[in-house]
Design a protein around this ligand. Structure first.
Ligand code: SAM
Length: 215
């Protein structure tokens, strides 16, 4: 998705077209897990597509992102929506995620950011979230994943090739569909309570709970 992030003012419209409108419905569904007054962390918040949905549900959101241009669009939107007191925006990378307080969040969520992280970063972030989310809190992820069946993997591969080439020519970067996300989440110590994949199996909505153990 970096081709869109390199022109952040086009990001929201571009991502909706690229996902054929699917992203809006997925984000609406994932946000249903948020309650009024929840303290929410949005990892790789970008222009705030997930953050503002959470704010509309009455949550207090902290969003962080490594790209200042994406953040400045989120900030502008917060002003327009008169939501500045409900949204804290921080420019930082996932490597600094343990700078938050223990038990600071009821919910940690992320849309389309894990697919831009390396495997080591993904495992690091999943581990560190446990230090900042309260026990019983929820992890919500909506992202691109590798399909599970061989046939769907082939279909996904064929659909993805032109997009990857186009993105690479323009930006020399790419995102990667996450492999084995459910296993990574479970190995990190979360209990998955719901998953929903699209028809092609290449986009997931995942809800997991974190319970701190006494041991
Ligand atoms: C595809 S965009 C998704 C943005 C937003 N979550 C959404 O759903 O519209 C991915 C975002 O992840 C951010 N990102 C990528 N790597 C990151 C990192 N290491 N630390 C923090 N943010 C990162 C990018 O800057 C970008 O804004």
């Amino acid at each position: 998705m970096k081709v869109l992030e390199s022109a952040p003012y086009r990001y929201d419209r571009g991502i909706k077209i690229l996902t054929l409108g699917r992203i809006t419905k997925s984000y609406d569904r994932i946000i249903e897990n948020i309650q009024e007054n929840d303290r929410v962390l949005d990892i790789g918040c970008g222009t705030g597509m997930l953050s503002f949905r959470a704010i509309l549900k009455g949550a207090h959101v902290t969003g962080f992102d490594i790209n200042p241009e994406m953040l400045s669009i989120a900030e502008k939107r917060a002003k327009e929506l008169d939501a500045k007191d409900k949204l804290v925006l921080i420019e930082m990378g996932v490597a600094e995620i343990d700078s938050f307080e223990k038990n600071e969040f009821d919910i940690v969520m992320s849309g389309l950011c894990f697919s831009e992280l390396s495997i080591d970063e993904t495992n690091f972030v999943l581990d560190k979230i446990k230090g900042i989310i309260k026990s019983g809190g929820l992890l919500l992820i909506a992202d691109e994943v590798k399909p599970q069946s061989i046939l769907k993997r082939i279909m996904h591969f064929l659909i993805r090739i032109p997009l990857v080439i186009f993105t690479y020519i323009l930006t020399q970067t790419t995102s990667r569909a996450i492999s084995g996300l459910e296993q990574k989440v479970e190995s990190a110590g979360y209990i998955i309570t719901a998953t929903k994949r699209n028809f092609l199996g290449n986009f997931i909505e995942l809800v997991a709970r974190y319970e701190e153990s006494d041991v």
